[in-house]
Write a protein that binds this ligand. Structure first.
Ligand code: ADP
Ligand code: MG
Length: 340
């Protein structure tokens, strides 16, 4: 059936996240531009993340999960800034009109948009390779904004949730991961249940918005872990002009990850994998008790994994207490074959 982009917009992208009920959205999808009313006491945080088929998700990935992930990873950036979601725009390039794909995609997107009260207010739709580009807008009081450059010597380094799970999800789908060539084959005989748990880690990251908002007063610097701990904590360390030591034995893992990996495999997944979308942040040690309380009220795991120091870059302490420089194995675009 042939459809124009206007039919697609009307049918699948109008009303996502209930813009009509969103204070601040004066005009959403349908005009030449959205119109937004921003309270003058707040600052805006703007972030874009693009998902490209066969780079960020496999060909034939379920579209509801792709929609869910596309918005979640963008919201994770807002969490890392200490902002709350305001609204988002969607630029979509699609190879063809495919009602089933669009329905699932729109449903996945809606689920996350409703859950985090973040309405879709505009975008662009065209034909081409499958590319999903989302821009999120967030709002925050100036004093709540969390930056990468605020780490101080003596700060504890903490992470929410567990690490390494996004990379294990990718491998569980039978796809090679860049830091461990044999991992996906090793996972061939996972039980269906274990496979589903791991795949869910990959497709359904939980943006830590509530935690970041409540914990902001106690945090000195923050980032979301999208490219592996070494790369992302490395950004904090670099931006803050400090160093850090991470205790490898303190890194938290999900039971499903522990069940199917050796200790060194899961450590590599945490350090160099990606797609975890947890928060990594630093805080003065006198704030640790307050932070633990915020996390516990949200039933969120929170783990102290290291310390900011005056040293050179990021160093990893192994279980015997030996220090080693972190390797540069984080995922880098322009360096790898596409996933199929
Ligand atoms: P224009 O020609 O002015 O760029 P478009 O035809 O691209 O307008 O879009 C018409 C309206 O639909 C605009 O309000 C635009 O923001 C919205 N829109 C287009 N694509 C999407 C999309 N994928 N999701 C949400 N809104 C969209
Ligand atoms: Mg347009």
């Amino acid at each position: 059936m042939s459809r124009s982009e206007f039919d697609i917009i009307r049918q699948y992208f109008s009303g996502i996240g209930t813009p009509a009920h969103s204070p601040g959205v004066v005009l959403g999808v349908g005009d030449d531009a959205a119109v937004l009313q921003i309270p003058s006491s707040l600052q805006q945080c703007v972030s874009t993340d693009m998902l490209v088929e066969s780079v960020h998700f496999p060909v034939d990935a379920p579209s509801a999960l792709v929609g869910q992930k596309a918005l979640s990873v963008n919201l994770s950036d807002l969490a890392a800034m200490g902002a709350r979601p305001f609204c988002f725009t969607l630029s979509l390039s699609l190879p063809e009109y495919n009602a089933r794909w669009l329905e699932g995609f729109s449903e996945g997107l809606s689920r996350v948009a409703e859950r985090y009260a973040c309405p879709l207010v505009g975008g662009d739709t065209c034909t081409g390779p499958l590319v999903i580009s989302i821009q999120v807008l967030g709002l925050a009081e100036p004093q709540s904004i969390l930056r990468r450059d605020g780490a101080r010597v003596g700060d504890a380094v903490l992470v929410t949730g567990t690490l390494g799970k996004g990379a294990l999800g990718l491998a569980a789908m039978g796809l090679p991961v860049h830091f461990d060539a044999g991992l996906h084959e090793q996972l061939n005989d996972l039980s269906p249940q274990a496979r589903e748990t791991l795949e869910n880690f990959y497709y359904c990251p939980q943006p830590r918005l509530d935690f970041a908002r409540q914990a902001a007063p106690y945090i000195n610097s923050a980032i979301d872990v999208s490219d592996g701990l070494v790369g992302d904590l490395g950004h904090i360390v670099h931006a803050s002009g400090a160093g850090a030591i991470v205790d490898s034995s303190a890194i938290p893992f999900a039971p499903a990850v522990v069940d199917c990996t050796s200790p060194s495999q899961r450590l590599e997944a945490a350090l160099y994998g990606g797609d975890d979308y947890e928060l990594c942040f630093t805080a003065a040690k006198e704030n640790l008790a307050a932070l633990k309380e915020v996390a516990s009220n949200l039933q969120l795991q929170l783990t102290e994994i290291g310390e900011i120091d005056q040293g050179e870059g990021l160093r990893i302490r192994d279980q015997h207490g030996n220090l080693g420089a972190a390797q540069t194995k984080a995922y880098r675009h322009f360096q790898k074959e596409p996933i199929q």
